[in-house]
Design a protein around this ligand. Sequence first.
Ligand code: IVH
Length: 689
Amino acid sequence: MSRKDAAEEHARLAAEVAAHDLAYHQDDAPTISDGDYDALRRRLVELESQYPTLAKNSVSQKVGAAPSGKFAKVKHAVPMLSLGNSFADEEVEEFLARMKRFLGLPEDTELAVTAEPKIDGLSMSLRYENRKLVQAATRGDGAEGENVTANIKTIKDVPHELPKSAPDLIEIRGEIYMQNADFQALNEKLIAEGEKPLANPRNGAAGSLRQQDVSITASRPLKFFAYAWGEAPQLPADTQWGMVQAFKSWGLPVNPLMVLCKSGAELLAHYHKIEAMRSQLPYDIDGVVYKLNDLGLQQRLGFVSRSPRWAIAHKFSAVQATTVLEAIDIQVGRTGALTPVARLKPVTVGGVVVSNATLHNEDEIARKDVRVGDIVIIQRAGDVIPQIVGVAERGQGTVPYEFPKVCPACGSHAEREDRGSGKADAVRRCTGGLICPAQRVERLKHFASRNAYDIEGLGDKIVHEFYEDGLIAAPQDIFTLAARDARSVKKLDQREGWGASSVANLFAAIEDRRTIALDRFIFALGIRHIGETTARVLARHYHSAEHLEEQMKAAALSEENDARHELNAIDGIGSIVAEAVIEFFGEPHNLEIYDALLKEVKPQALEAVATSSPVAGQTVVFTGALEKMTREEAKAMAERLGAKVAGSVSKKTDLLVAGPGAGSKLKDAEKHGVKVIDENGWFELIGRD
Ligand code: IVH
């Protein structure tokens, strides 16, 4: 490639990257996936390495870049999870009550709970082996993050070594952040150098940390608070409070505003105290985190999908602003839902520039009588999508908004289902199904997305382009892309923004996903109402894609049959979900895609949670009164041990755990010859007393 060509391509890519940076950092509304963005930046850097003068003043040198994709991946030994949110004061008592219910503790039990600020930075896992800092990793998707050890080692707050009192192995987790004053000074410097300022301290911290050039990170004033831990075979304490005190004694910075409370009232008092101090604190916080103090109880409570049952983030209330509603666009989702999106005259709300907001649905627009041209009140809370609260001032000559009755993408009739309830659903849906290009492309985007197939380099924008250009029309086409490209005249690497290496990376990423966990496979299909958790439940129950298909086809045959009963009896599968799955497999076009996909990929059965447990793989039903644990805890425990918990007894049940007062299920068990034990028998069986 000549220098001139390289310079031209570089200029084009740089403009594209700068536009994405703006969308991401200033509007807080990225228009491209991380993967696609990485591909652009990689190409930019590739050109700069060939012609180093291009690197001068290039966007590639700026802070605030999303991950460059150049950091090695790190699998977290213990996943890095998130926290459930609450916004109202009443939810604090609910949080306490929920834990007591789960643990079967009387309502008036006093639970000790810590309260501390929720730092608005980025979470970090620091691994100390033999008391030496050996690895630092970002959270990433919770399972896998980026190795940023060299960058972290430049931060003064982070000790490279722990004292003798610390255990041989511990992962310390906490938040990297930038103080407001440091952030402002950094922005002044950036502006003085003709650079773009950063949107907020969190972006400042993230951008400063994820630098290829460690000396840039070293020049940035980053700080750290330790508040949690990951892998840690020997714990220095048996309470949350004790753990944080141990961290402190090892020289790790901990937040001075953490307190130990004995009641909801005390937690709330501390919350309001911190809220009042918020504007005076030297760093940004967005709420208060409550954590149950007793680690034994934490363990018993465990997690629901990605958040612990024993902790919650109490967020500060939202900030509002007013601006002009310039347009209402209708987006069509993968299940055909028509979603109104407000396009706004950009306005700063709590430090972030907002230009899009959600309008929820048709009824909401009508209820608030929001019209294009009005001055509207918008509200933003934390990282939640901004929403329109109402009209501040009626615009001149405006008319009531009329929600479209046909799909803007395919022209099919759009209707509001009532599911036999007599009440129309809030959401209007396109009835076009797979003839609707918007639904097709949204399904494809979902398929390739991070929590589904997670194909790097195949983000929303690329999927859209490939779809438009007829390269992929259905999921299976992704896997034939490389073979077709080899025979094609206009090859992928001749596309704008693509080079040999980006194409090779994409094909490698696709190949890598030919084997995939069954739950991801199911989730990726985009079946209505099937989220990651339900997909996992189905994967655990049916074990293989083929068996699932066979059973669902059988279930679809009639209103009443064994396969349908089995599906409905699975714990965690409600009737709406069951209907949605059956409906999906009842649609010939879906089956066509499913079968074609199975020719390309090999979904893998999930490993049982604990294969060595005596109840692994068994189907267990609990009935009657339990004394040592609540029903919810029993279920969670059985699932941890690899058992399936069903709600009713059938011939497929392996074990019924019956407490006093057991009735019809006990009779059913006798009828089907199912083994019956009591609660003590259960604890004996699993080897615990
Ligand atoms: S505890 C298992 N404590 O909030 C729960 N998180 O919304 C571990 N965060 O990813 C998290 N301040 O990055 C915890 N004092 C604090 C926190 C905190 C900020 C962040 C953290 C986490 C996110 C969850």
